[in-house]
Design a protein around this ligand. Sequence first.
Ligand code: COA
Length: 340
Amino acid sequence: MIGVLGSAGRAHARLAALGSYVPPGVLTNADLERQVDTTDEWIVSRTGIRERHIAGPDQATSDLAILAAKNILSTAGVDPNEIDVLIVPTCTPDYLFPSVSAITASAIGAHRAAAFDIQAACSGFIYGLAQAVALVESGLAQKVLVVGAEVFSRVTNPQDRGTCILFGDAAAGALIVADEDHAASSGFVGFELGADGSMGDQLLIPVGGTRHPAAAGFHPDDAYLQMNGREVFKFATRVMEDSVLRLLDRLAMTIDEVDLLIPHQANQRIIDHAIGRLGIDPARVFGNLERYGNTSAASIPLALAEARDAGVLRPGMLVMMVGFGAGLTWAACLVRYEPT
Ligand code: COA
């Protein structure tokens, strides 16, 4: 990518296309009943999840990202060589390095693209959108692909009933384009992003980084995700509401002006809590948690793409997305959906 600041004049970023890839393998609650001491009734009543998709043994995160990226580009009718930047929000990369984005860019033929990953866990897609919008509206880039991709099944302990029931694998994302002819207001209205690292140990994978390198040896449990579910639950219910309200307050808007709310798909009780506190009509909230579980950085774009396919997300709608995740992080974004 080569970009010159301000060269695009008054460029505005537009959410031009959505797409996804979900691996075909399915892990149901009945399967989990045979794996750990749990029941379908417990999982559904505590989380709302009935099944999740699981990557095949030969599929790493980039394999999912590649297929999602191709899906987005074909939906938009855009050639991979037109992509200036490819951003992959993920916290389950193929390797510490190289990045999933670099592998994905090569594989899809995005040979002009700069490529980097974002590590903001389940908030990553919205963080990635903020980067894409900044690149486009500064004039540095004209077309940016943001593909959230995760293979959580590889980092979740199959014997830990507190976590193995929650997560699934998927990739999904969006194409953000520069729109020169756009009216004065941008398709993207605003972002609210945050992080509280003091709570980082509530949701982490201890081994594999520089604190506890894998080469130094480790207990197998420490190579898996570890979570204090109750603390993350409390954090999530607080930030989902606060983040949306802070953004609306800054924009001098109310929740009644939002056409569609797409919350991070982590737990139906967290989502229901946010719906109640925000006072938004549940008919204006879309989710698909029941069939995918928590797909982390892929969860919000996967829900967006399904909402579009279901005719729930329609051109011109004002959409609020909100999420939270490891870090701990949170993020909200308000955007008018204007597909190509
Ligand atoms: N099946 C049956 N029982 C289970 C279970 C399972 N899969 N998982 C936990 N339990 C048990 C616990 O051992 C505990 O038993 P005890 O009372 O005998 O000690 C009991 O259920 C209650 O555990 P608790 O952790 O308080 O349950 P909870 O209502 O908080 O639900 C989560 C657990 C994980 C579903 C919930 O805390 C949650 O969703 N947290 C947020 C996690 C999240 O979203 N993480 C991703 C962030 S992006």
